[in-house]
Write a protein that binds this ligand. Sequence first.
Ligand code: ITT
Length: 205
Amino acid sequence: MKVIVATSNKGKKEEFSRLLKGSPLEPVFPERSLEVEEKGSTYLENALLKARAYCEEFGLPAIADDSGLEVDALDGYPGIYSSRFWKIEYGGVEEDGRSPPERNLRKLLRLLEGKPRTARFRAVVVLCTPHGSLIAEGECRGQIIDQPRGEKGFGYDPIFIPEGLSKTMAQLSPEEKDAISHRGRAVRNLLKLIRDIQPCSYPSP
Ligand code: ITT
């Protein structure tokens, strides 16, 4: 089944493409991305908003994720605000840094000075079809470090060390990241859900 990948984030596009390889879902990348206002107050609401918007616009089932980094010492922030953390009121607007991802990192490290470092990435993945939606989740626990390390991945990857490892997410190969990441886990859970419900056959209405 062809599915539109409902994201404008280049890093997520690459991950979805790898994670769906060999699965019943064939990713299709639209030529233009949609501006979807993330006005929900949960990952699930925002993932549904994105997936529904793409599904309606392109007339195909759509897969989206809403994800974020939750830091224990910051009461779960940046959470659903992860992509725009630098400019939200919590912790003050960060003007230092050349790009939004760099500003996000600087702000997080500033707020975490002298604080405990435990955190988790979370992802809620939604597959939206005209008949309804399937939802799956994944998380990856770890620690925030002081100095960014590594060039791979995106977002907060250079300052996040997954539990049990000594490298940051940005130092892992794409396959190593997929094996333990929140998005990898969420997509595999979604694929299990599809596999588990496939054998059911319902009488036609
Ligand atoms: P779309 O809404 O178009 O998918 P986005 O980047 O705005 O792109 P989100 O609203 O879900 O997506 O925000 C997720 C943010 O959380 C993302 O921009 C990163 O800052 C962070 N994040 C999520 N997954 C991550 C990962 O695997 N590695 C590093 N940072 C991640």
